[in-house]
Design a protein around this ligand. Sequence first.
Ligand code: IMP
Ligand code: MG
Length: 332
Amino acid sequence: MKTILVGGQYGDEGKGKISSYIAIKDAPDIVARGGVGPNAGHKVLYDGNWYSLRMLPSGFVNPKSKVMIGAGVSVDPEVFKKEIEMTKTDGRVFVDKRCTYITPKHKEEDAAAELSKKIGTTKTGCGPSVTSRARRDAVLMQDVPEMQKYVIDVVEAVNKAKNVFIEGSQGFMLSVLYGTYPFVTSKDVTASSIAADVGLGPTSIDQVIMVIKAYTTRVGNGPFPEEIEVEEAVKLNFQEYGTVTGRPRRTSPELHWEDLKLAAMINSATQIAVTKVDIRFPGNDGKTKYDDLTTEARMFLDQVEAKLGIPVTLIGTGPDAKDIIDRREEML
Ligand code: IMP
Ligand code: MG
């Protein structure tokens, strides 16, 4: 089984939580990351500890899974090594030899560029590293001496393995192709590109899980319909802060249906995961059975299924990986 998980909104849908649950439950041979690079921030609560990750996939939580970063991802060795230390995963973490190396210069460029100010980038060097790659003057992981210990051919590994779980990063509305250009990240982040990032072709993918949050947030600049003031978001308990940048996220209390329909289509999503249902609908904290959800929450999930025409298989009801309703067996 090869499964891809992608974000259906502006990033920060709670992909980390869903990924960590799937890694524990399904025990994939490999958990691999696609997407842009360390601009992504995932927060994972596992065994009572919070982990803030930017390079490693959230699926690291299963000690039986090998942890890999696909060729399409730009890698910052400093961040990478810190996360291996923090997660105690040394010995089972690998990067593809073709990954782009994020140099200190890329980070400086990202922090300084006028365009970055306009877009509100994460200043992690991702955009400039992608530019270098396109200019054909980037350095690849296979040529970085300090990284040799981790360098392998991820393509071979993921194509050979039986059970592979691939985590995308960012979200549909931040795709350089389909998002709110120019207020987007530097790559396409839909399922086809995430597959290509790790070296899997389209027909090798069995399932695409699109994660959406029960309300909408955006960090950084760009169009954002039905945005509410911070004060109001605080009252609703929707106010969030960026994992990488610490910036307050912008909030829109509703789902943007037309965007989600397009996202589901382009990602060819086969399942939807809805996170933070407990935040949007109080009284659902930590529920693990669908029938125990409040009527309001169930009506909302029915609406998601009806509008998108895709089964809602995973429902997040709290921050811990165990706070989840998993309907995959009954629905697929
Ligand atoms: P960049 O990816 O750092 O170039 O930033 C481009 C835009 O995408 C900015 O608005 C960022 O805030 C946003 N962005 C990049 N990565 C993420 C993410 O993982 N979650 C949410 N927003 C992101
Ligand atoms: Mg994030």
